[in-house]
Write a protein that binds this ligand. Structure first.
Ligand SMILES: [Cu+2]
Length: 219
C-alpha cells in the first residue's frame, strides 16, 4: 500500500496508520452491513407499519463510550510517536548532518555548511533539487520558503513538512537504507507545482563525503 519505509520512525507511523485504518475499516463494514441487513429485514412488504422507538439509553451510552475510549487510545499512541519525531528535546543533539532547504516556485535550493560546519560562509555547498544524505546517521533539515507555502514530502522517509515563508521548520530523521527517492512538493504552490520535484540520494557516509567534496569542486 505504501512505498517501503527507509527511516527509523517509519514503522511506528505505519503501525499507527494501519491501526486507524483497521479500526475505521472494521466499523465501516459493520455499519454498512447492518444498514443492508435492516434494509432487507424491515422492508415495506414485510413490515408495512413502522414502529415508534423513542431511544435506548443503555445502547446510547455504549456507542458513545466505546468510540471515546478508542479515540483516547489513538491519541495516546499518536502523541507518543509525535513526541519521538517532532519534540525539540528528541532532535539529535550532536553529530547530525545538517542541510537547509529553501523552497521556491518551483525548486528546492539545498545548502550544506561545508568544511567549517557553518552556514552562509564561503565554503557552503549549494545544489538545486539534489539532496544527498548519509545512511545510518541522524540528519537535520531546516525548511524555509522564498515565496509561498510549499511542502517537503519524501514518502519513503515518512516525512512531510510545510515550508512556510518567514518561518524555519526543522525536521530530523535517520535513514536505514540507501537509494534514490523523489522529493515532491505536497502543497499546491502555483502553475509549476507539478514539476517541483527533487531527488534525495541516500548513500554511505563515505560516498556522501565524497559527493560533498565533488559538489564543492564543481561549483
Ligand atoms: Cu511547491
Amino acid at each position: 500500500m505504501f512505498p517501503e519505509a527507509v527511516s527509523t520512525f517509519g514503522p511506528s507511523i505505519d503501525g499507527l496508520y494501519k491501526a486507524i485504518l483497521g479500526i475505521t475499516g472494521f466499523f465501516f463494514f459493520l455499519v454498512q452491513g447492518l444498514l443492508l441487513f435492516f434494509l432487507i429485514r424491515y422492508r415495506a412488504s414485510r413490515h408495512p407499519k413502522a414502529a415508534y422507538v423513542h431511544g435506548n439509553t443503555g445502547l446510547e451510552i455504549v456507542w458513545t463510550v466505546i468510540p471515546a475510549l478508542i479515540l483516547v487510545v489513538l491519541t495516546i499512541g499518536s502523541q507518543r510517536v509525535w513526541t519521538q519525531i517532532r519534540s525539540p528535546e528528541n532532535f539529535p543533539k550532536t553529530g547530525a548532518v545538517e542541510a537547509e532547504i529553501l523552497a521556491e516556485q518551483f525548486a528546492w535550493n539545498v545548502r550544506y555548511a561545508g568544511a567549517d560546519g557553518r552556514m552562509n560562509t564561503e565554503d557552503d555547498v549549494a545544489t538545486i533539487n539534489q539532496l544527498h544524505l548519509p545512511v545510518g546517521k541522524p540528519v537535520k533539515l531546516t525548511l524555509r520558503s522564498k515565496d509561498v507555502i510549499h511542502s517537503f514530502f519524501v514518502p519513503e522517509f515518512r516525512v512531510k513538512q510545510d515550508a512556510v515563508p518567514g518561518l524555519d521548520s526543522a525536521v530530523w530523521m535517520k535513514l536505514i537504507k540507501t537509494g534514490q527517492f523523489d522529493i515532491r512538493c505536497a502543497e499546491l504552490c502555483g502553475l509549476g507545482h507539478y514539476r517541483m520535484r527533487g531527488y534525495a540520494t541516500v548513500e554511505s557516509p563515505e560516498q556522501f563525503e565524497a559527493w560533498l567534496k565533488e559538489a564543492k569542486a564543481n561549483e
